[in-house]
Design a protein around this ligand. Structure first.
Ligand code: PNS
Length: 169
């Protein structure tokens, strides 16, 4: 009988995907048969990029990763993971201060879905200072984002900035 495929979900806002996210994807994908990068659609915060734009950017970045699938989700991650047959939620950890909240979220997700474990992937040192929020702020203020986001995302940010005018994105 074939073994049950090991499916993990890497959920997030990805507004936009950064090199930190890409690092987590590249390092965690080989641990599973399938890694689903799941873009949260209806966050209470207003995203800069639509879900479709975020999915399109991520698909370009992971095009060479055969185990990686990109999807959207709404509602509870625990329910989405169950619906997709995923037994692991991957979370990147950049700083020790993030751990408390992530730990609580991991326990709550396991409370909601006893079949869902969380895997914490420590950020590579060269990515530990990168966040989507800071990338957007730097881009908005006209600063350099080289090395912070994959080229496909940098191009998207640049075209958004051009369309919106020099001072806002
Ligand atoms: O990229 P982010 O914003 O750090 O991702 C956070 C995310 C999307 C993983 C988290 O907010 C989430 O899982 N949202 C879905 C709603 C949910 O399941 N809430 C209960 C969490 S215990």
């Amino acid at each position: 009988m074939p073994a049950t495929p090991r499916i993990a979900v890497f959920a997030g806002s990805f507004d936009p995907l950064t090199n930190g996210h890409a690092d987590v994807i590249v390092r965690s994908a080989p641990l599973f048969d399938r890694l689903i990068v799941a873009v949260l659609v209806n966050a209470s915060k207003q995203p800069l990029f639509s879900a479709d734009e975020r999915v399109a950017m991520i698909r370009r970045v992971v095009a060479d990763q055969p185990r990686v699938e990109v999807d959207t989700f709404d509602g509870l991650l625990a329910a989405y993971a169950q619906a997709r047959g995923a037994t692991v939620a991957v979370r990147g950890l950049r700083t020790a201060s993030e751990f408390a909240e992530e730990w609580q979220m991991a326990l709550m997700n396991r409370h909601l879905n006893a079949g869902l474990e969380t895997l914490f992937m420590p950020a590579s040192p060269e990515c530990a200072h990168i966040s989507s929020r800071l990338v957007k702020e730097i881009a908005r203020l006209g600063g350099p984002i080289d090395g912070l986001v994959p080229p496909a995302v940098a191009a998207h940010l640049a075209s958004r900035r051009l369309r919106a005018g020099a001072t806002s994105i």
